[in-house]
Design a protein around this ligand. Structure first.
Ligand SMILES: Nc1nc2c(ncn2[C@@H]2O[C@H](COP(=O)(O)OP(=O)(O)OP(=O)(O)O)[C@@H](O)[C@H]2O)c(=O)[nH]1
Ligand SMILES: [Mg+2]
Length: 334
């Protein structure tokens, strides 16, 4: 599997080069003054967003990443060469934490930005800098500063407006296929989706992004199924859609399904349950109107505070109405 959404690294920026101690030696100038140049600056380590990638796989086997050092200054007031900055490309939405303190350092969301994580050391000063009226021939120079070193953790938290949550087979990926140009795999077996997929919806006035993630089962927070770590990809969304599979609906399990899913969300992060959560009953094409009304009533009885939608991801019925509501809600939230 080439999808990785967490990586650990040590980044070390380049050291500054040392200043030089040197004196002019030219024909016919017996006592040339000091001409030792400064050392070059060490290279920075910089993160940049690459919108063509959606995985941190490139960092999987990397442990230490180093930028090059600045070189030593030299005579004739020559400054040493600066170390080359090292640019590391990450997917949009990669958050970088200090792995020791846990503090968030950078959130790489803007593809036009350069995010410097470790600064290269400044170059040392050459002896030419130390010439004064009382000391015309200083030998003093300084060494370059050390580059910054950081132990960091990279975490990809996808950027999306809407997240799809549900048991496996509920039809989350079918929905994303129907309403966007994203093409996550669809299958009649659980855990067809193994990594998040993002789909852009071109609304009437704006575009927004829906994230489809692997299905969640009871006990996912304790590691059952594919676990709940994928929930990080919907942690930034404003709205969550809980998908309910009507084909496995029975009167006792409908409410418990929703309760379990909400509980797994809570286990991951309390904040997730504070988002706007809408309930989406999928696969209405399999039922008569009277049955659908019965399902609706039952869910409304227990979860009246959540908006409820009835759709068929396969035929597209009800999806246009849902998308319209989503667009309005996203505009309202922003
Ligand atoms: N009849 C009917 N079948 C549907 C509908 N939506 C999805 N399905 C079927 O349900 C099965 C599961 O669909 P997926 O979209 O893969 O489900 P998922 O929620 O993404 O599942 P995971 O990726 O495993 O979490 C597939 O066989 C789909 O063809 C629907 O509206 N009506
Ligand atoms: Mg799926």
């Amino acid at each position: 599997m080439n999808f990785i959404d967490e990586a650990f690294l040590v980044v070390r920026a380049g050291n500054g080069g040392s200043g030089a101690s040197s004196f002019r030696r030219e024909k016919y100038i017996p006592f040339g003054g000091p001409d030792g140049g400064d050392g070059g600056k060490g290279g920075d380590i910089i993160f940049k967003v690459n919108t063509n990638t959606n995985t941190l796989i490139d960092f999987k086997n990397k442990k230490v990443i180093e930028a090059s050092n600045g070189t030593r200054g030299s005579g004739k007031n020559k400054t040493g060469a600066a170390g080359k900055d090292l640019i590391l490309y990450v997917p949009k939405g990669t958050v970088i934490y200090d792995d020791i303190s846990g503090q968030e350092l950078l959130d790489c969301c803007d593809e036009n930005e350069y995010y410097t994580i470790a600064k290269g050391g400044e170059g040392g000063l050459g002896n030419a800098r130390f010439k004064t009226s009382t000391n015309q021939a200083p030998r003093k120079f300084t060494s370059g500063q050390e580059g910054e070193i950081r132990e960091i953790r990279l975490e990809l938290k996808s950027l999306a407006d809407v997240g799809l949550v549900g048991y496996p087979n509920a039809g989350k990926s079918t929905f994303l296929n129907t309403v966007s140009s994203a093409k996550p795999k669809i299958g009649s077996y659980p855990f067809t989706t193994l990594r998040p997929h993002l789909g852009t919806i071109r609304g009437v006035e704006s575009s927004y992004v829906i994230a489809d993630i692997p299905g969640i089962i009871d006990g996912a927070s304790e590691g059952a199924g594919l676990g709940i770590n994928f929930l990080k990809h919907i942690s930034r969304t404003g709205i969550l859609l809980i998908f309910i599979d009507l084909s496995v609906f029975n009167e006792n399990s409908a409410t418990s399904q929703i309760k379990s899913l909400k509980n797994e969300l809570k286990q991951y992060k309390e904040d997730l349950t504070k988002k706007t959560i809408w309930l989406v009953c999928n696969k209405i094409d399999l039922f008569e109107e009277t049955e659908l009304l019965r399902f609706k009533d039952e869910i409304k009885n227990s979860f009246d505070s959540h908006d409820l939608f009835m759709i068929s991801a396969a035929t597209g019925e009800g999806t246009e109405f849902l998308l319209k509501k989503l667009e309005t809600e996203i505009f309202r939230v922003n």
